[in-house]
Design a protein. Sequence first.
Length: 364
Amino acid sequence: CSYDVLRNCIGMLSQFCVYHRDFMFFEIIHSLIYVLDQQKNVFEQSTVLSMENPRRDKARQISIVTVKAINQAICQTACSKKHTVGRMRLIETILDISRLAFNMFQQSPHESESVEFCGLLLETWSTLWNITDEQAGNCDKFVLNGGLELYHETYLVCSQVRTDDRQVAVAITTLIRNMLGLMGNIAEVRHIRPRLLQDEIIQSFYLLRNYDKQYENECDIIEIRYSAAGILSHICSDGPEQWSTSVYRSVNLSYDQVLAGIEEAVDTWSIDSKRSINYKSFNPILHILRVQCPFPCKLWAVWALTNLCQCKPERFVPMLRRDGGVELLNNLNENPACPANIRKLCSLTLVKAYDPNIGSDIEE
């Protein structure tokens, strides 16, 4: 069928709520993976890197619409389905599309064309972020299929982009946010965390904890800083032994340097920062409060809880109570060794937790 018909059909399909029907869900995903495979073939056959390549441009447009439809389906589905979808070659296919889009983004001679392929990268990384959320098996698949290498290559190119084009700057910042969201999912899986102990990757997180661009969307900037410091906090929560005995590449930054960097960054963040992240559970954050680990790691975790409970108390205070966070914060607040900056945040959050005017139902 023609590209226009195919694009319109996929666009309409993404608007329907058919993803809630068990007998339709996997059939739709399988069909969309097939569509992506066809576009992948077009990209691979396309060797002319210029604006005058209509076949490749149509493949890019269809790929964006298709990945958006997949992402919408994943966002609406249960965790058990995410696990099954991960076994349907979806992660491998989206990684392949991401690599091809990255190569074209990197080699495009015009900024306008770079933005177009950056748009496809935004969609692929957003989808990978969602499909790995609380899915250790999908995180494994991402890593085993070269996802960490693709992250590093994409980050290096993004970090070197210098542009006066606001559209390009916005796209780059949003792409980094999406990539770090996914890497945060990886960092929450203990048996995968040692794979992150590579010097180039740790350096990227360390730099991004203080990410600063002259750009209006402060929400994306705080998300980047928050995710980068959170990844480092999860890694450091395993202790210095893991840091020094990693079977992967050695890290030039010392364990203590990274801890100091986490604390330095978190202490500069406004507790009232508006954020777009949407937690379904606080367990990944509370894990850091449950284990024996350095206080800078706990500072990041407590800041996260305080920020969310301050900005959206009706949604997140009931979640804090449900997941056992109140007891953990009380224990930390009563610990005489706990630093003052952490105890201050604990007190702010506990005031919200004990507020009788905040109900027990978690708002969706």
